[in-house]
Design a protein around this ligand. Structure first.
Ligand code: MG
Length: 283
C-alpha cells in the first residue's frame, strides 16, 4: 500500500491543565510534532469513504472530539438480575465462551472472575438477538501506545456490531473509534471514560436487525449504551455491521449471533458480564 493512502494525519495534541485535573485538548496542524508525542497509531483517516449521511469520512480525525464528562467513581461489580444469563461470573468459569476461530476452549487467562484478553477473539456459545448486556472492563493501568493502540478491545453484538473498548482517557483518536463508539459509525455523545486501570461499565440495549422474507432490511440494528452510567448512544441505528475503514452490508443472518470480545493486542480485563434476552410488552 502506498504511503500517501495511509498517511498519519499531522495533528498535534496540546493538553492544557485545568482545575480538577481535567484537560482540554487543542488540535493544531500548524505546529511541529514534539518527539515525545510522536503518534505510532494513526489519529484518523481521510482517504476512507464518506459515511452514508455524507457528513464525515469513516474514522474522520476532523470530526469533533466528544465532550469529556467525568462519571461517578468506579464501584463494586453490579449484580446480575435474576433472569440474566451470567456470561462471566466470580470464579474461573469461562464455559459460556469459546474461541472464534475453531470453537475450542478459551485460552485467555482467567483468574478470580477476571478474564484478560489474549490471542484470538472469543465468543459466547449461545446466540442472542435483542438483549440488555452488562459488561465491566478495565484497560491496562500501565499506559502503552496511543490512539487505537491503547487498551483496544471491543464488544460485538450479534457477532458483528461493535461497541468499541479503548483507553480514551486523555488519549486522542478518531472520534468514531474511541471508547463506547459504535465503531466507524458514531462517536459516543460524550466521553465518560475513567482513567486507565479503573473498572468501567457498559450497559447496552441492543436491538438486532430485522429483515423481510426477501432479505430486505425492515429495521436496522440499534444500540442504546450507557458508559459508566452516562448515556452515549440513544437508540442509534447502525448503518451496517462493523468494519475497519468501511461499513459492512446487512445480511439476514445478522438477526442473531454471539457476543464477541475482541483481541486487539492489548491486555484488557473483563469481569461480571451478564445478558438478558429482551421481549416486547405482554410477552
Ligand atoms: Mg476494538
Amino acid at each position: 500500500m502506498n504511503t500517501s493512502a495511509r498517511r498519519v494525519i499531522p495533528v498535534v495534541v496540546l493538553s492544557i491543565a485545568m482545575a480538577g485535573g481535567a484537560t482540554i485538548r487543542v488540535l493544531s496542524d500548524q505546529q511541529p510534532q514534539p518527539q515525545q508525542q510522536q503518534q505510532q497509531s494513526p489519529l484518523g483517516y481521510e482517504d476512507t469513504p464518506m459515511q452514508p449521511n455524507g457528513k464525515w469520512h469513516i474514522h474522520d480525525p476532523k470530526r469533533p472530539q466528544p465532550r469529556v464528562v467525568t462519571p461517578g467513581p468506579a464501584g463494586d461489580p453490579i449484580p446480575a438480575p435474576s433472569d440474566a444469563v451470567v456470561l462471566l461470573g466470580n470464579g474461573a468459569d469461562v464455559n459460556a465462551w469459546q474461541m472464534v476461530t475453531d470453537g475450542s476452549a478459551v485460552t485467555w487467562p482467567m483468574k478470580d472472575g477476571v478474564l484478560q484478553s489474549g490471542k484470538g477473539m472469543i465468543q459466547t456459545k449461545e446466540q442472542f438477538s435483542d438483549v440488555q448486556l452488562h459488561v465491566e472492563f478495565a484497560t491496562p493501568s500501565e499506559v502503552k501506545g496511543n490512539s487505537q493502540g491503547r487498551g483496544n478491545s471491543g464488544v460485538f453484538l450479534a457477532g458483528v456490531f461493535e461497541i468499541q473498548v479503548l483507553d480514551s482517557y486523555q488519549n486522542q483518536t478518531y472520534p468514531d473509534g474511541q471508547a463506547s463508539a459504535m465503531y466507524g459509525q458514531y462517536p459516543p455523545l460524550v466521553n465518560a471514560s475513567r482513567p486507565p486501570g479503573q473498572w468501567q461499565t457498559y450497559d447496552i440495549v441492543f436491538m438486532a436487525p430485522r429483515f423481510s422474507a426477501a432479505g430486505q432490511v425492515e429495521r436496522p440494528a440499534t444500540a442504546t449504551v450507557f458508559h459508566n452510567g452516562v448515556v452515549v448512544h440513544n437508540a442509534t441505528p447502525f448503518w451496517g455491521p462493523t468494519e475497519h475503514k468501511m461499513i459492512g452490508k446487512y445480511l439476514p443472518a445478522q438477526v442473531k449471533g454471539p457476543v464477541k470480545l475482541q483481541d486487539h493486542g492489548n491486555p484488557v480485563r473483563f469481569r461480571n458480564i451478564w445478558i438478558r434476552t429482551l421481549k416486547g410488552y405482554d410477552e
